[in-house]
Ligand binder design. Structure first.
Ligand SMILES: O=C(O)CCC(=O)C(=O)O
Length: 281
């Protein structure tokens, strides 16, 4: 049975189900989401994210929760990923209602969690390189955002303290920065915000971080939400090892085991370069 026939059959069996035939423009807040966005006062955040590619959502949780999150990240020092598997505090963080509302606005209803990681940057930490998080996409990037990153600032974000660096409106270029642009960082600003804020940007925005000059640690939870569509229709996870054993590397590639993504042990840094390069070819 074709997918189209399947849909017809499903809709015929479930009269209350209404198939949508239109889609929303990237900057649109859906009618269903609007009351939540208004309740949390996030209209300006949505506008800024859509136009400049970044925004800061303040007071995402209580100060007590922020401390609990910070303490847990420090316990895991120097950081790590796969954090939903490591402590329930991270599930609470990714389920923060303001973040869920922003994610639905940016990466669509039914969005997924893609990564939950953390970093601790002490005094003297150098900058990371300028990049767009849409590393899995060739340019031009699509009109709709595929990936929303949130850096939960457990500590105050200042330039001296090594906060996130962004180039506002670089999102409209819909491509990766080239080596000269990475070196120049033209138009870069520092995101500055109080603790318990989440700096958010779309997958197209060019960003990095500033070196940390001040004493103490910058403690951040890195949360990435993604659009629901980047998955296989069928899940062969349960028999993947057997299939790969029998058929080798090309089967590993087909099952997503040849690259750094969707790994049961967290991001495969040993395969990072191959994965980023494959995605651009
Ligand atoms: O550490 C930061 O401030 C930026 C992190 C970053 O580049 C990212 O999460 O993609």
């Amino acid at each position: 049975m074709s997918e189209a026939e399947n849909v017809e059959e499903t809709t015929a069996q479930a009269p209350s189900f209404q198939m949508l035939h239109d889609t929303l423009a990237p900057e649109t807040i859906s009618d269903e989401l609007r009351p939540t966005i208004e309740e949390f006062g996030l209209e300006e955040n949505c506008r800024q994210l859509a136009t400049e590619g970044w925004t800061v959502v303040e007071d995402v949780a209580s100060p007590e929760f922020n401390e609990r999150l910070r303490d847990k990240i420090l316990e895991l020092r120097p950081g790590g990923n796969m954090l939903l598997a490591k402590d329930p505090v991270f599930s609470e963080a990714v389920l923060s209602p303001k973040l869920l509302a922003m994610a639905e606005f940016s990466v669509g209803r039914g969005f997924l969690i893609s990564q939950v990681a953390a970093s601790v940057r002490p005094q003297g930490s150098p900058s990371i390189g300028l990049h767009a998080d849409a590393n899995w996409l060739p340019a031009p990037f699509p009109a709709h955002n595929m990936l929303l990153t949130g850096c939960w600032a457990c500590d105050e974000y200042t330039k001296e303290g090594g906060s996130t660096l962004v180039i506002p409106e670089s999102n409209v270029l819909h491509r990766h920065p080239d080596p000269d642009e990475v070196a120049a960082k033209e138009g870069a600003i520092a995101i500055e915000c109080p603790p318990c804020s989440v700096a958010m940007w779309d997958g197209n925005l060019w960003h990095a971080n500033w070196p940390r000059k001040t004493e103490g640690d910058r403690v951040v939870a890195h949360i990435t939400y993604t659009r629901l569509m980047m998955r296989q229709i069928e899940d062969y996870g349960a028999i993947a090892d057997e299939l790969i054993e029998r058929h080798g590397d090309r089967m590993a590639q087909l099952l997503g085991r040849g690259d750094s993504l969707d790994s049961p042990t967290g991001f495969r840094y040993d395969k990072l370069l191959d994965t980023f390069n494959n995605a651009k070819r």
